[in-house]
Design a protein around this ligand. Structure first.
Ligand SMILES: Cc1ncc(COP(=O)(O)O)c(C=O)c1O
Length: 485
């Protein structure tokens, strides 16, 4: 498609940057002239010439009529969707916008608890009732799977009033669920399918990668173009591909959520990343898939480090983006955090994240064979040096409470909360989000009735002095609950 060779927004910005334009607009550094010299000496001066404000030549993100409108249309064409919105606050803002535009306060949405924290922000902002599906814990691979089609079907049967289903696919580990089946289940019942595809902006562009959300039939999805493709951080997209979604409503909601001073370097990088993946995606991802599979094979010859395979994931009814390397280090006797630290400070390699069990090494358009070699030789070194012994850590998740007594929004907005001893918390309504790592999934969410099982799970963590994200206090001896006084 010839039109995909165009980059209208990048072109406008580059051509303006090359002209001698005196700036009497924000930002204050005026084409970089006022930037701290040390910073400018490092970055060079050109990048500041892309840092402009809204004026007709560069168009407005909130009301696009020119270059941004054309760049978004090309993005929509590349992904085969009705409309694409550029995001300058990552998929985080996209997740909030999806929930806010698909639902009205009081609607209910089916979703797995294995969702990014921005999803909970979206639940609070939109005022919906979440209907949680218990995520599946795999104690062999030490990872958590998002909902499968059977779980979604059961939830739709139990909660026919749900307005939408919200799925995270791929997960952080690159695992995708059967979105095609889930889309059919949703559409047969007149429900919207919303997908957090933050980790999947590349899927559409290679036949050996799992099916993308839009191709599977999602009504809306968000993608972090910056995570795997070449956009700079925060550059993401929200795709709408449904007549059931009102585009003007999405536009208005994004206007609420996004800054009026978007960074045009981010926007230009979205335009460039789209063109790159459209023309070179097949080649880039063929190379990355080959590199990743070679790496996986070498890692799986090590004594103590393991990287699960597509075959293993498919056998469980899911699919895998093989370019994501999940490195299980439990047999080294070290935690994922410890290996992350050693990789960073002894070998100069930084992975994307780590937990007790795994490290996640993410490949992207810029990954080279040399990078992968460097990672492999570091892992081989760690594997050789370590005596290796299995720790008896177990990935656990209590049965999550499914009794939402109040919406998270009502709890968030109301002031009447009190602290009660954790040992007496069962029966109260949580006014807090508590997320232990692992499993990295909130075990309590505002508005939920605290069960005895969750109370005991948290008490056990407190006894072991394990810090829980969201605990607010030095030790987890009390929890904040809704005060009914
Ligand atoms: C599954 C998932 N969704 C959404 C996000 C948020 O994406 P962003 O960083 O682009 O805001 C992340 C970030 O890591 C994520 O892992």
């Amino acid at each position: 498609m010839k039109s995909q060779g165009r980059t209208p927004l990048m072109d406008v910005l580059l051509s303006r940057a090359k002209r001698d334009v005196t700036s009497f607009h924000t930002p204050g550094h005026k084409n970089g002239q006022g930037v701290d010299p040390k910073l400018r000496a490092f970055t060079g001066k050109n990048v500041y010439k892309l840092d402009v404000t809204v004026f007709p030549e560069v168009d407005s993100l909130h009301d696009p009529v020119g270059a941004i409108k054309r760049a978004q249309a090309l993005m929509a064409q590349a992904y085969g969707v009705k409309h694409s919105f550029f995001l300058v606050n990552g998929s985080s803002s996209g997740n909030m916008a999806m929930l806010m535009s698909a639902c009205h306060p009081g609607d209910s949405v089916i979703l797995s608890r294995n969702a990014h924290k921005s999803t909970l922000s979206g639940i609070i902002l939109s005022g919906v009732w979440p209907i949680w599906i218990q995520p599946k814990v795999d104690q062999h691979l030490d990872i958590i799977f998002d909902s499968d089609a059977a779980q979604v079907e059961e939830a739709l049967r139990q909660f026919p009033e749900a307005k939408a289903v919200f799925i995270t696919s791929p997960t952080y580990h690159g695992v995708t669920t059967d979105l095609k089946k889930i889309a059919d289940l949703c559409h047969e019942r007149g429900k919207l399918l919303l997908v957090d595809e933050a980790h999947g902006p590349h899927l559409k562009f290679h036949k050996d990668l799992p099916i993308s959300a839009v191709e599977a039939g999602a009504d809306m999805c968000v993608q972090s173009t910056h995570k795997i493709l070449s956009a700079v951080s925060q550059g993401s997209a929200l795709h709408v591909n449904s007549d059931w979604v009102e585009l003007n409503r999405v536009r208005k909601i994004l206007s609420i959520l996004q800054t009026t001073s978007p960074n045009y370097f981010i926007l230009a990088s979205l335009d460039a990343a789209r063109r790159q993946v459209f023309f070179q995606g097949e080649k880039i991802f063929s190379r990355l898939i080959r590199l990743a599979e070679e790496a996986r094979e070498r890692i799986n010859h090590l004594r103590h480090i393991y990287c699960f395979t597509q075959g293993e994931i498919r056998a469980k009814g899911y699919d895998l983006d093989v370019t994501k390397l999940t490195l299980n280090v439990t047999r080294t006797g070290l935690s994922g955090h410890e290996v992350e630290h050693r990789l960073a400070f002894e070998y100069g390699i930084q992975v994307d994240c780590a937990d007790l069990f795994n490290l996640i090494a993410i490949m992207g358009t810029g990954t080279t064979r040399r990078d992968v070699e460097r990672l492999l030789s570091a892992l081989e070194d760690i594997d050789r040096k370590d005596p290796g012994h299995e720790r008896n850590w177990v990935l656990q998740l209590p049965s999550l409470s499914t009794e939402m007594v109040m919406t998270p929004r009502d709890v968030f907005l109301q002031h009447q909360a009190k602290r009660v001893p954790l040992s007496k918390a069962a029966g109260h309504i949580s006014a807090q989000t508590l997320t232990p790592y692992p499993p990295g999934i909130p075990v309590l969410i505002p508005g939920e009735r605290i069960t005895k099982e969750i109370q005991d799970f948290l008490l056990d963590l407190a006894d072991k002095d394990i810090r829980v994200s969201g605990q607010e206090t030095d030790t987890l001896r009390t929890v904040k609950v809704v005060s009914t006084r």
